[in-house]
Design a protein around this ligand. Structure first.
Ligand SMILES: NC(=O)c1ccc[n+]([C@@H]2O[C@H](COP(=O)([O-])OP(=O)(O)OC[C@H]3O[C@@H](n4cnc5c(N)ncnc54)[C@H](O)[C@@H]3O)[C@@H](O)[C@H]2O)c1
Ligand SMILES: O=C(O)C(=O)C[C@]1(C(=O)O)C=C[C@@H](O)C=C1
Length: 361
């Protein structure tokens, strides 16, 4: 692929453009808000100039409700050899495009399973897609050249291609993305009118559960409106788990021993099923989840502390597999949890102690 046109230079479009531009593709940028396209250009994602000739690949990264019309316009204008979109829902846009009478052989629906709770080009990063699944939904009508262009895009973004049927994709993301978004919003909504004295106690657990509750409601309205049935199906199953959990908790308050035992069994069941489900969530780079050991280090909240810690781990020859930071409420300090291979944990612990770091057991 030598040239690409990215239409919609927000978080997704600019991230893809940065990755492509960084790997030698000439990227043209277009957004219906010109200042957004100019911002992406200033970030080094490509140029706002119009492409002098049809590009190899047109990447449409606009909100789901605008995908079909934007694609139809680009296809009608003969702007590329191949066309794809990155919208979070796949069945609807394809049907809409079909209804607009477009030739679908040059189009493939795709969805990178990477993102953030922030929108716009300033939130974009060239490595957003690295190691993440990128779903491709070819049909019998999709030209082989176009599938190959999509695979090349995925490779240039260092993502992992996953081929799926569009409707199966929509059911899958209802489970792993759209319902979690709603549940995160619902948990966070409980805090809206909570007492300050309660909110002050928020710790890492609620931060983890509510991160995506900070997402743009406009974009999520679009996504949910394009996938309401599958999301409602998952939420209905969840609501029967919720109802059973409430019943079990009420039974725990009972004076009757048998009822309390039944309640405890119900709660334990949901907690154990939760462990089993969590164990299925893929680990780093989409691989099977690996058990890491955590080395916890207390650091001061000041410039250079993290860099010094990582350098000391590097000097000990230990690869940090993942890192999580807990910020202490009301203190200029934080707890850095370094996740390492079990065999590296004693090596790292000894090396950090020797260099004077305060370790937490
Ligand atoms: N944010 C995520 O986590 C995520 C992840 C995967 C896929 N997606 C999908 O990617 C797409 C873009 O999402 P985003 O997070 O980058 O949103 P964003 O709001 O950051 O960017 C969307 C951009 O599209 C532009 N736009 C809107 N209508 C347009 C039109 N008709 N023509 C040209 N530009 C137009 C907007 O001005 C905006 O700059 C959506 O379809 C979304 O479902 C998002
Ligand atoms: O990490 C996040 O912030 C996301 O919400 C990303 C996420 C997801 O649910 O995984 C959200 C929507 C997209 O369609 C794909 C990815």
């Amino acid at each position: 692929m030598r040239t690409a046109l990215v239409i919609g230079t927000g978080l997704m479009g600019t991230s893809a453009a940065l990755a492509l531009n960084g790997r030698g593709v000439d990227v043209y940028l277009q957004d219906h808000d010109e200042t957004v396209a100019r911002t992406a250009e200033a970030l080094g994602a490509g140029t706002c100039a119009a492409p002098p000739e049809p590009v190899d690949l047109v990447v449409v990264a606009v909100p789901p409700a605008h995908v079909a019309t934007t694609l139809a316009e680009a296809i009608g204008g003969g702007r590329g050899r191949g066309y794809l979109d990155v919208a979070s829902v796949k069945g609807g846009p394809r049907r809409d495009l079909d209804a607009l009478g477009c030739d679908l052989s040059g189009y493939i629906g795709t969805h990178p399973m990477a993102g953030r709770e922030r929108s716009g080009p300033l939130a974009a990063t060239a490595d957003l897609f690295e190691g993440r699944p990128w779903v491709l939904t070819p049909t019998a009508a999709t030209a082989t050249d176009v599938l190959n262009l999509a695979l090349e895009l995925v490779a240039l973004c260092r993502a992992v291609p996953v081929v799926m049927d569009a409707d199966a994709h929509d059911r899958a993301v209802a489970l792993v993305s759209h319902t979690p978004q709603l549940v995160s919003s619902m948990v966070a909504a409980r805090l809206e009118h909570a007492e300050d004295s309660a909110v002050r106690l928020c710790g890492q657990g609620i931060l983890d559960v509510t991160r995506v509750a900070g997402s743009d409601p406009g974009m999520w309205m679009d996504i949910l409106a394009a996938n309401p049935g599958p999301v409602a199906d998952v939420l209905a199953d969840l609501s029967s788990d919720l109802a059973e959990t409430v019943t079990a908790l009420r039974a725990l308050q009972s004076a009757d021993d048998d009822k309390r035992r039944g309640g405890a069994a119900g709660i334990e069941d949901i907690l154990r099923r939760g462990n089993a489900g969590r164990a299925k969530v893929p680990g780093k780079h989409g691989a099977a989840p690996k058990p890491y050991e955590i080395v916890s280090v207390l650091i001061g909240d000041q410039p250079g502390e993290l860099a010094r810690l990582f350098a000391d781990a590097g000097a000990a020859g230990v690869n940090i597999e993942d890192v999580r930071i807990e910020h202490s409420a009301g203190q200029q300090a934080g707890l850095v949890n370094l996740l390492v291979e079990p065999r590296s944990a004693p090596v790292l612990t000894a090396a950090l102690r020797e260099r004077g770091w305060a370790l937490r057991q």
